[in-house]
Design a protein around this ligand. Sequence first.
Ligand code: FE2
Length: 254
Amino acid sequence: MIDMHCHILPGVDDGSPDMQESLAMAKKAVEAGITHLFATPHHLNERYVNVKNDIIDLLVEFNECLQQENIPLTVHPGQELRIHRELFVSLERGEVLTLDNNGKYLLLELPSGHVPTYTQELIYELLLKGITPIIVHPERNKELIKNHNLLFNLVQEGALTQLTSGSIIGLFGKNVKSFSKKILEHNLAHFIATDAHNVGSRGFSLQEAYETITKIYGIERTFYFKENVEQLIRGQSPAIVKPVQFKKKILGIF
Ligand SMILES: [Fe+2]
């Protein structure tokens, strides 16, 4: 399996603190059936700064360590970029790292409490530049939990989304699990990833999430998600199913 979002690089964010833990995470990933993953350190989320070249340098070093340790895992470059008004300045400065550094897909993180007013405009501008933003863990955003159609609007506009495996299996609580289910039912998810941070509670629960999806929606749905992330590794476009709008209930409350 392929995991497109995790914090495995050592000492750069709230994921792995050092190389020893990174290698332990890599072993756990392999045990969990993962062969390839994208290392996606936080960038500009109020605490961490990880620009493109720094990530790539560290990634080369990490892949060498994996080879020395005979751990059969291939790590690709990526970045989890917090949305900010000056995103295009960061792009011009060469600080932004798209998945596999191919200029096509970008992991975009919203603040956990709200969706900034300029989000739609920024997505539009990114798409114009040929970069498709993949909104990570929308199921954990408090404003989207209240206003589901805001997510529909972003997907309708052309953004893609990635659900976190732990959300699907209930590790983030009932509300997040329930919203994840609604996102799946309304065709508003395109990828599943672990967003792993450690070898403990935030680990590699990808297989468990796929099993849950298979049980509820059938094996074809799991194939859909697996195929989409494989397309990313190939540098090709994932399949996009038509998003379904949420019906408004009385008084506009979902
Ligand atoms: Fe993350």
